[in-house]
Design a protein around this ligand. Structure first.
Ligand code: NAP
Length: 541
């Protein structure tokens, strides 16, 4: 089998024989048997394929009394019965014998799947003595809560599990970094080639992509919780997100992978927007959040043509310039890349769509609220103060300068403010200076720091008193849509422009780079109309 770390060596398309689709399994973790049966019905209503009945979660569980209730026929979904002991991360603390007896009773009552841990499999098989019902599949599982072993060690583990007589192999490991997931993808492909049914998942936030992308590599099933707060494992997505947001039923070996690289990245609405946009034009692709610590390592690992493009956000936009094989001249001048596309020759090309997105949003915001000369930019000649000197700050400063504004940079780290100001040809300020900065009327303010971003919604980069000096205020933060900065600026009488408008416009540019198709403005805006709702579901991380 392939031993290299990079998934560039892994070709799911080559390995794909006609194969069954990856099932969506919802863990039922209720404390009472009737509630657990109700969870099974709720999982069926969500469109799941299987429900995992976690017997170890039941309070005062009495198998002969409770199992007939939970497994009563007709069952709305096939049942996977798990009775996880504490020593393998579950809640059961008793002896092994009664645990095994409960699992055997579940088989007798028609459970379609039973899970037994690798460490207990030999004893369990001895007790079972070949009496497993025909229609019941035995899953032999191994959970590693520390790390993800090497590809060789994972392959050995698969062989060990197969040797127990398992019908399905289950391996769950833990990611310490996102590149760990590549080794699990390799194992999935290896098993697919050998026609070994396998569930292979990598737990925690950095392993999140394993849960969404495993259908591409032929996994037997993936877990999705009934609702937020009912996860049976850290960073498990909801079944609804798997099915509706990530379109998991459509993910196959040829599906291209796109995503947003960031840290943090869980707040991003890009997956909601891009997945729906891809679906609306029938583009065979999925868009996921990539929680990345080391950008170069990530790009080296996920270097196959299947990983076809990336959005880039905090704090990787500047490093992205160095990691691309080619960089569009404007992105190079700005010094920040927010979009990376893999060309057919495998080269990564970097662009910046923030610049046009932000500047056009501010221009249109001013035009909508003030009388302006239609022949020039409403930014021309105005004093334009940018707070922040990171990727977004550079894009805004560059764009405002291009439009003829006089640009001032204010930043927490003054040296970085000076560096950008020198590049743009304007003055630099500290954040403290900005409080009393009022050289003229009609100034424009653009916040490009994360101050005020969810969950720190009570924070703001500038006092309300100081905001009285501004005619126009823009905030790049778009979760929430109305930040404290924008609310207070509006109360002071300024024209306000939301970061959501920039977000939509930069995403339109990305869509065109990713798909090679022209964006249909009306369709895109219709998709984004739900994004400013505070109830919009965020991808789980
Ligand atoms: P970045 O490159 O990491 O830059 C972050 C900037 O914010 C730096 O100037 C940093 O100052 C400053 N900063 C961070 N935390 C701060 C704090 N607590 N107090 C004061 N200053 C602080 O990030 P980025 O990619 O430019 O993104 C910045 C923000 O813009 C994020 O909230 C992002 O979500 C948002 N954004 C929105 C859109 C959109 O479409 N609406 C697009 C891009 C970005 P130092 O130099 O002192 O570290």
């Amino acid at each position: 089998m392939a031993t290299a770390m990079s998934v560039s060596a892994v070709s799911p398309a080559a390995a794909a024989v006609a194969r069954p689709r990856t099932l969506v399994c919802v863990p039922a973790t209720a404390r009472a048997p009737r509630e657990m049966a109700a969870e099974l019905a709720a999982a069926a209503a969500l469109g799941a394929d299987v429900a995992e009945l976690r017997l170890d979660c039941l309070a005062g569980f009495a198998p002969r009394r409770d199992l007939p209730v939970i497994l009563a026929e007709p069952r709305p979904l096939p049942a996977l019965v798990t009775y996880r002991p504490k020593w393998e991360g579950g809640e059961y603390e008793g002896d092994e014998e009664p645990r095994f007896e409960a699992l055997m009773l579940a088989m007798e009552l028609g459970a379609e799947y039973v899970d037994i841990e690798l460490k207990a499999a030999e004893k369990f098989m001895r007790l079972l003595a070949g009496k497993k019902p025909e229609n019941c599949k035995l899953i032999v599982s191994s959970h590693n809560y520390e790390n993800t072993p090497s590809a060789e060690e994972l392959a050995d583990l698969v062989a060990q599990i197969q040797a127990t007589g398992a019908d399905i192999v289950k391996i769950a490991t833990t990611a310490t970094e996102i590149v760990d997931v590549a080794r699990m993808f390799q194992i999935l492909v290896h098993c697919q080639e050998k026609q070994v049914p396998i569930i292979g998942l990598v737990m925690n936030e950095r392993g999140f992509i394993s849960r969404v992308l495993c259908p591409k590599y032929g996994a037997y099933l993936t877990f999705g919780s009934l609702e937020k707060g009912k996860e049976s494992s850290p960073a498990q997505p909801t079944a609804a997100d798997l099915i509706n947001l990530y379109n998991i039923r459509q993910i196959g070996p040829d599906t291209k992978v796109f995503g947003i690289i960031g840290n943090p990245v869980g707040h991003s609405k890009s997956p909601i927007l891009h997945n729906e946009a891809f679906r609306s034009v029938g583009f065979n692709a999925v868009y996921v959040p990539f929680l990345v610590d080391d950008l170069a390592k990530f790009l080296n690992t996920y270097s196959s043509p299947d990983f076809a493009g990336f959005s880039c956000t905090i704090p990787h936009k500047e490093a992205a310039v160095r990691c691309c094989d080619e960089v569009d001249p404007i992105a190079r001048d700005i010094g920040a890349v927010n979009t990376m596309v893999r060309r057919p020759d495998g080269k990564l090309v970097g662009y910046n769509t923030d610049y046009v997105g932000a500047i056009s949003a501010i221009e249109d915001g001013i035009r909508a609220s003030q009388q302006t000369d239609p022949t020039t930019s409403p930014l021309a000649g105005r004093l334009f103060i940018v707070i922040g000197a990171g990727g977004a700050g550079k894009a805004l400063a560059y764009g405002a300068k291009e439009k003829g504004a006089r640009v001032v940079i204010a930043n927490r780290t003054f040296a970085r403010a000076q560096e950008l100001a020198n590049l743009i040809g304007g003055p630099a300020l500290t954040l403290a200076d900005l409080e009393n900065y009022h050289p003229e009327e009609g100034m424009i303010l653009a916040n490009t720091t994360a101050i005020g971003m969810h969950p720190n919604v009570n924070e703001t980069p500038l006092s309300k008193q100081a905001l009285k000096s501004y005619a126009v205020v823009f905030d790049a933060v778009y979760t929430p849509k109305e930040t404290r900065l924008l609310r207070e600026a509006a109360e002071c009488g300024a024209t306000v422009v939301s970061g959501l408008e920039m977000f939509i416009r930069q995403a339109m540019g990305q869509f065109e780079h990713f798909t090679g198709m022209p964006v249909d403005n009306e369709n895109f805006r219709a998709i984004t109309s739900s994004l400013d709702s505070p109830n919009t579901m965020m991808p789980r991380l």
